[in-house]
Design a protein around this ligand. Structure first.
Ligand SMILES: *Cc1c(COP(=O)(O)O)cnc(C)c1O
Length: 396
């Protein structure tokens, strides 16, 4: 059967071509060569404006943005950073990269941070928090910010997959001290690779700008209070994690596509979610009330299926052209915390583990139409029914 291709990205807007041609002609690929208005600088201004943030710094990846955020907070070696146990391996890796220690907290079966475990682990050994809005699912930011503000603990938002999501109408990524986004090809804006951080904190962004590789007085090309830079000149390492002009030229024309991609992604998600929720063996967790989502994928839990049945469901769907990733069952999955062996001794997080063993992940790009969505949903429901008809249901 010919099922919809969920991996291809949308074409890069035609309007990118003239600028790319100009860059190729001039060879002006380095962000600090031009005196002003380099594509990277323009992207930073446009992205900050689009999000309602004061400052933005474009870098080589979201992982680089997370790393620089931790360094810019001035965290000492071995500082403990609290993160959700359901995230992408890049998040604990950025903490290791910054010579800090990740502390994992439990995540519920709605893919959001378990606030009891979060509060219990937010003790005075924690120096910072990274909230990873994994797959665009927003945790209760009101509760999290209240708990962290009361203890004066800075919050970094990993909004890699949350561009366009809002919380009480405010953009995700602008709620904490710093927000980090990705332009890797599977995210809402496709630069191949790339990332950007946003913040309202002039001193923090000045430190991040210098460490990203604004050597000598290249910082003067950033629209930030210059006093902040004078304070840090020559006192910080230069990690050279800059973005190049070609990446910015590819991303900038896509900014105008955000609204449509968000609206279409949400429409597609909600349509498939409603159909899946009509099946007793599937559960698509509800969003939280203050949250308006910008999904380009869909996660749902298997209800009352054994591990064998879950595997059979996944295999049967794949045989019909729909790839369902069950986070905890696919081998070496980078989002299953027990595979983060680079951390050394891993804690046991039974609640997060149980969620990962039944949580399914499918890509659902904004460009799909209803016929595509029906085809995908039919495969999922048909496979589940077939598996359940041929083997008895597991005990709840
Ligand atoms: C993609 C992603 C990252 C990593 O982004 P890169 O730009 O590839 O470094 C981090 N966190 C989440 C939640 C992601 O989805």
């Amino acid at each position: 059967m010919n099922t919809p291709n969920v991996y291809d990205a949308e074409p890069i807007p035609q309007s990118a071509r003239a600028e790319i041609e100009r860059l190729l002609q001039s060879g002006d690929l380095f962000r600090y060569t031009a005196a002003s208005d380099a594509p990277v600088a323009l992207l930073e201004r446009e992205f900050a404006d689009a999000l309602g943030a004061k400052y933005a710094l474009a870098v080589s990846s979201c992982s680089a943005a997370l790393f620089l955020s931790l360094k810019a907070l001035g965290l000492p070696r071995d500082a403990r950073v609290l993160i959700p146990a359901f995230t992408f391996a890049a998040v604990p890796s950025s903490i290791v990269h910054a010579d800090c220690v990740p502390v994992l907290c439990e995540v519920g079966d709605n893919y959001r941070i378990d606030l009891h475990d979060f509060e219990a682990k937010l003790d005075d050994t924690i120096s910072a928090v990274i909230i990873s809005h994994m797959r665009g699912h927003t945790s209760d930011m009101d509760a999290i910010l209240a708990l962290c503000d009361a203890r004066d603990i800075p919050v970094i938002e990993d909004a890699a997959h949350s561009l366009g999501t809002t919380w009480h109408g405010k953009n995700i990524g602008t709620l904490g001290r710093v927000g980090c986004f990705s332009f890797q090809s599977y995210k809402l804006l496709n630069g191949g690779e790339g990332g950007i951080l946003v913040t309202d904190d002039a001193d923090l962004v000045a430190r991040a700008i210098i460490m990203s590789g604004a050597y000598e007085h290249n910082w003067s090309k950033h629209p930030v209070l210059h006093a902040a830079f004078a304070r840090w000149q020559n006192k910080l390492p230069l990690y050279n994690l800059r973005m190049n002009n070609l990446s910015a030229a590819v991303v900038r024309p896509q900014l105008g596509e955000i609204t449509r991609r968000v609206a279409d992604g949400r429409r597609n998600h909600d349509y498939v979610a409603a159909r899946l929720n009509a099946e007793p063996c599937f559960d698509v967790p509800r969003k939280l009330d203050p949250e308006e989502r910008a999904p380009d994928s869909l996660q749902f839990n298997l209800v009352g299926m054994s591990t064998d049945q879950a595997e059979a469901f996944s295999a049967l769907s794949a045989a019909q052209g729909v790839k369902v990733q069950i986070f905890g069952l696919s081998q070496d999955n980078a989002r299953a915390f027990w595979n983060w062996k680079f951390l050394g001794d891993l804690p046991e997080l039974p609640q997060t583990r149980a969620m990962l063993m039944k949580a399914c992940d499918i890509r659902l790009p904004a460009r799909l139409g209803f016929a595509d969505l029906d085809q995908i949903t039919d495969v999922l429901t048909g496979s589940a029914r077939e598996v359940l008809a041929s083997t008895p249901r597991a005990a709840e």
